[in-house]
Design a protein around this ligand. Structure first.
Ligand SMILES: Cc1ncc(COP(=O)(O)O)c(C=O)c1O
Length: 387
């Protein structure tokens, strides 16, 4: 029986067209894009073409795209770049409690250097609150995610960007989970910087980009070297990865009509699960969310036990529990939403992808019903409806 992959927010399978271009570049393109000879020029063309495709996906101009080694570096670049590049007069940064560690950890570093960081709270739906009140005369940068990786909740970055723009504060959004899943056009959004990662949109791992709006101030460059990326990010370009990233963006742009296919898969899954398993709770706002993500709590079952049972039966998912995170702490995102630890420890994230079929979803539900039934304990044991 084929495996059923329902963990697309962790990473996505590389699209065959992307694999083809990555392999072909690795095999046939030996040049360094900085070299003047024809092999170098040919590699440069590949990087430039990919830059156009990435820019086109988000409605940016190619000169506004800085290639990085992924979403983590793009986030680090935005935070450290702004703070260390411009932070002499104003040292206040606003972010949220539900950001990815590639935002939260550079914030900790900046605090140790004397910057002041506010981490906004979220309500029980996972929506970030209190931005207006947090802005002060010395706010330099606001960095808020677009979509949450664990719940899929979409933040109102339009409103947040309007607030920051009114006050002349730079606004960065970590859109690693949303770019490629839903249409995003930077000309319609009041964002100055936006992080993207190729492996979340069926591209290769280890490549991403920071969108940097034209006219933004010069940032400090955490990775400096031979002046690549207009001196914004040193290091010989990952030509094959960048070419694959470009192709993945092109495919994502063509696949937006499938967004409704993804949300119907997700809704069908939720309908089947809630009609066949009792004690199921959805975590996070059901309206404002990515079309592919569901975070569910299963009363009376340990998420880790479920994850292992599902994995053994061929279904790949994630949990928000303390054991899985490796930190010994339950998911900070679900904790920030005020969800009690026992419920967090019963949570499973299902994240669907373009290649999932209805048949796979239905098979996954059958397996889930069995696995919950086998592992439910105590008073909850009888509560799973057998199929
Ligand atoms: C919201 C978010 N930001 C940033 C990242 C980091 O991206 P990358 O894996 O490309 O470094 C991730 C990866 O899971 C993510 O979900």
């Amino acid at each position: 029986m084929d495996k059923i992959y329902l963990d697309h927010n962790a990473t996505t399978p590389i699209a065959p067209e992307v694999l083809e271009i990555v392999t072909s570049v690795l095999q046939n393109q030996i040049g360094n894009p900085s070299s003047v000879h024809s092999a170098g020029r040919s590699a440069r063309v590949l990087v430039d073409e990919a830059r156009e495709k990435v820019a086109s996906l988000i409605g940016a101009s190619p000169s506004e795209i800085v290639f990085t080694s992924g979403g983590t570096e793009a986030n680090n670049f935005a935070l450290l770049g702004v703070a260390l590049g411009l932070g002499k007069a104003r040292g206040h940064i606003v972010t949220s409690q539900v950001e990815h560690p590639s935002i939260l950890n550079p914030c900790l570093q900046l605090e140790s250097l004397g910057f002041e960081v506010d981490r906004l709270k979220v309500g029980s739906s996972g929506c970030i609150e209190g931005l207006e009140d947090s802005l002060t005369e010395s706010t330099l940068l606001v960095s808020l995610q677009h979509a949450n990786s664990e719940t899929g909740v979409l933040q109102d970055i339009e409103r947040a960007g309007e607030s920051t723009r009114k006050r002349g504060v730079l606004f960065h959004t970590d859109a690693v989970q949303s770019v490629g899943k839903i249409p995003i056009q930077v000309q319609d959004l009041p964002v100055d910087m936006m992080s993207i990662s190729a492996h979340k949109l069926n591209g290769p791992k280890g490549v991403g980009a920071l969108y940097l709006r034209k006219g933004s101030p010069d940032l400090f460059s955490p990775i400096c070297g031979g002046g690549q990326e207009k001196k914004r990010r040193g290091g010989t370009e990952n030509v094959a990865g960048i070419a694959g990233f470009g192709k993945a963006c092109e495919l994502a742009r063509l696949s937006f009509q499938e967004t409704s296919k993804l949300s119907s898969l997700r809704d069908h899954f939720l309908h089947l699960v809630s009609s066949q398993i009792s004690g199921v709770e959805v975590f996070g706002d059901l309206e404002n969310r990515l079309p592919n993500t569901l975070n569910l709590g299963f009363e009376g079952v340990e998420g880790d036990t479920l994850l292992i049972g599902l994995d053994m039966a061929g279904v790949a998912v994630s949990t928000g529990s303390a054991c899985s995170s490796g930190t010994g702490l339950p998911s900070p995102v679900l904790t920030a939403m005020g969800i009690p630890t026992d419920k967090i420890n019963s949570s499973i994230r299902f994240s669907f992808g373009r290649s999932n079929s209805i048949a796979e979803i239905e098979r996954a539900v059958e397996i889930l019903v069995r696995t919950v039934s086998t592992n439910r304990t105590g008073t909850h044991a009888e509560r799973t409806i057998k199929t």
